[in-house]
Design a protein around this ligand. Structure first.
Ligand SMILES: NC(=O)c1ccc[n+]([C@@H]2O[C@H](COP(=O)([O-])OP(=O)(O)OC[C@H]3O[C@@H](n4cnc5c(N)ncnc54)[C@H](OP(=O)(O)O)[C@@H]3O)[C@@H](O)[C@H]2O)c1
Length: 398
């Protein structure tokens, strides 16, 4: 086996301790001690200063295990050079949002703001910002989890201009909030970890190859995005999900959908197909199934955990790769290229969003949504929360 480079990936801290979760419920406070939204002294982006205190709403953790507290006196940040201030309209919920609290990792200072993506309206731009102006409709994934200003469980978030994308008029706020993290993760897995060509990176139609990509967990939001990106660049896609999602995943381009509840049979069926690349979107056990399904010298990208090879040794020449998601904010040019790519794919209607499950009760609904994710009650859907309790969703503006 060729060992890939070991990297620090926040989402991969999943050697889960067995600690019981806190009984999280949201309490609210209108005059809580809110300190500052700035990152900890260990953060590389702790220089924000609020010249005028403008109180806003935010969902805070004052202890690493919760509960969340809703405050309406959180200071609004001011965008620095190259940053935009976004008034969030909808928030997309991600597994990391419950895992970090439930298992107690990745919370670097208190109070803490979670939330990794949103759609919203540009409220202000910092010096040097060229691509955006006040009033623009945007989406913003945040991979810089150490900088709480960029987190989305608050009324206003800061985003690097390079980590922000325009959204087309026809795209709803809810759909726009569902795209960011999945797009960044799937792009990183396909175009960097596996080194596949990005859409539009070569002239003419995609280099239609006969290669197959196996996606274990195709009904995850990342899986749905990866299916589409793989098809755009001309790959064949085999995917593993619950069979009730078969037609749904075929509608995104999956060529073969196999039953996740019969993994041994799936492995057998796939072994005859000479598949050289796989993406696992679920965990160590399914990563091992995916590894076994690959041909010799295959390459496996692990979004969550690497296989532990408990039931069989790795195949000859297997290369196990990680997803280096933080490259999105650390490499500014790369981040901007991804955002320009998503803008183009959306404007050409080459990408479709997944189904969304909308919770319209404002921040009070965040924990309800996170519980649904934690209990695996969501299948092939993205959970979205309206930041305000009433959002006019006429495909347009609030
Ligand atoms: N490393 C990173 O940077 C990074 C970035 C993003 C996400 N992640 C992680 O990647 C994972 C996926 O995230 P997401 O938001 O895309 O997930 P998600 O949408 O919440 O995933 C839910 C889906 O997982 C599928 N699933 C569960 N167990 C499965 C199994 N044994 N076999 C096949 N499918 C299974 C279910 O499919 P069915 O409904 O068909 O049963 C379900 O629809 C999470 O663990 C997340 O924390 C990591």
């Amino acid at each position: 086996m060729t060992a890939a480079i070991q990297v620090e990936v926040p989402y991969l801290h999943e050697a889960f301790p067995t600690a019981e979760p806190a009984s999280g419920h949201i309490s609210s406070s209108s005059s809580s001690s809110t300190s500052s939204p700035t990152a900890s002294p260990t953060s590389s982006t702790s220089s924000i200063t609020d010249l005028a205190f403008i109180p806003t709403k935010a969902l805070l953790l004052h202890s690493r295990s919760g509960p969340y507290e809703l405050t309406d006196s959180w200071p609004r940040s001011t965008p620095n050079h190259g940053e935009v201030l976004i008034r969030n309209v909808c928030i997309g919920l991600n597994p990391i949002d419950w895992k970090s609290v439930h298992y107690g990792f990745g919370i670097h200072h208190l109070p803490w703001v979670s939330g990794r993506e949103s759609s919203g309206i540009v409220e202000a731009v910092g010096p040097g910002v060229n691509r955006f102006k006040t009033g623009d409709r945007v989406l913003a994934p945040s991979t810089n989890y150490r900088d709480n200003r960029t987190s989305s469980f608050q009324e206003f978030s800061i985003a690097l201009e390079a980590n922000t994308a325009h959204i087309p008029e026809w795209l709803t706020w809810e759909d726009a909030a569902s795209i960011g993290v999945a797009f960044v993760a799937a792009s990183e897995a396909l175009f960097n970890s596996l080194g596949l060509p990005r859409p539009y990176s070569q002239p003419g139609p995609p280099s239609a190859s006969e290669d197959w990509l196996l996606i274990w967990g195709g009904a995850s939001i990342t899986g749905i995005m990866a299916i589409q990106l793989a098809k755009i660049i001309g790959l064949n896609v085999a995917t593993v999900s619950s069979l009730h999602n078969t037609d749904y995943l075929r509608s995104y381009g999956a060529d073969i959908v196999l039953d996740r509840h019969n993994p041994e049979e799936v492995v057998k069926a796939l072994q005859s197909m000479d598949i050289s690349m796989a993406l696992d979107c679920v965990g160590a056990q399914t990563a091992e199934f995916a590894a076994r399904a690959l041909a010799e010298n295959g390459r496996l990208v692990c979004l969550v955990q690497r296989p532990k090879f408990l039931s069989s040794p790795p195949k000859k020449g297997l290369e196990v790769l990680d997803v280096l998601i933080k490259r999105f904010h650390e490499d500014v040019q790369y981040g901007q290229e991804l955002m320009e790519l998503v803008e183009r794919l959306l404007s050409e209607r080459q990408l479709r969003t997944s189904r969304v499950k909308v919770l319209a009760g404002g921040f009070e609904d965040v924990e309800t949504g996170l519980e649904k994710l934690r209990k695996n009650e969501i299948s092939g859907e993205k959970v979205i929360v309206h930041v305000g309790k009433s959002v006019a969703n006429n495909g347009g503006r609030v």
